[in-house]
Structure formats: C-alpha cells, structure tokens
Design a binder for this molecule. Structure first.
Ligand code: HEM
Length: 63
C-alpha cells in the first residue's frame, strides 16, 4: 500500500523533507536523498498541497 498524500496530516507536512530523505525507509518508503534537491522536494510538496486543496474543493462541491 502507498498512501494518498492528498490526505497527509500536519505532522506529515512538517516531516515532509525528512520522509523523502529516508525517515520511513524501514517501512517501505524509499529514500530520495541524493536524487532530489531541496528545491525539487519543495516543488513536489507544493504540488501536493495544491492537489490536496483541489480535492477538498471537489468534495465540498459534490451534490
Ligand atoms: C517523490 C515521490 C514520493 C514522495 C514525495 C513520497 C512521500 C511520502 C510521504 C510524505 C509519506 C508519509 C505519509 C504519511 O505519513 O501518511 C510516504 C509514505 C510512504 N511511501 Fe512515499 N513518497 C514518494 C515515493 C514513494 C515510492 C516510489 C514508494 C514505493 C515504491 C513509496 C512508498 C511509500 C510507503 C510504503 C509509505 C508508507 C510508510 C509507512 O508505513 O509509514 N513512496 N511517502
């Protein structure tokens, strides 16, 4: 199972760079340390925040 990151909680957002750098490597989440720059990780994070907002709006406008 791979989590849907649009539902990431506040703690997950706080830990985002650390998680991508290998914090949960022992749980099956690969480390991208050395492959992604901090700027790239930040860009992915901002994209997820946008997608999370899109989802929230979609759910609110559902009949
Ligand atoms: C750039 C790509 C990726 C990003 C930004 C990312 C980010 C994250 C984040 C933030 C979490 C924590 C979710 C939470 O706390 O609810 C997570 C968990 C996880 N990710 Fe990724 N991930 C990426 C790619 C991948 C890939 C390619 C795999 C598998 C091949 C993977 C497997 C997992 C798994 C199994 C977990 C759950 C770990 C647990 O049990 O706590 N991720 N990921």
């Amino acid at each position: 199972m791979i989590p849907d990151l649009r539902y990431l909680d506040e703690q997950g957002h706080q830990a985002f760079p650390a998680i991508v750098a290998g914090l949960y490597a022992d749980k099956g989440m690969p480390s991208f340390a050395g492959d992604l720059s901090l700027e790239q990780v930040e860009a992915i994070h901002q994209y997820l925040i946008k997608r999370s907002g899109d989802l929230r709006r979609e759910l609110q406008s559902a009949p």
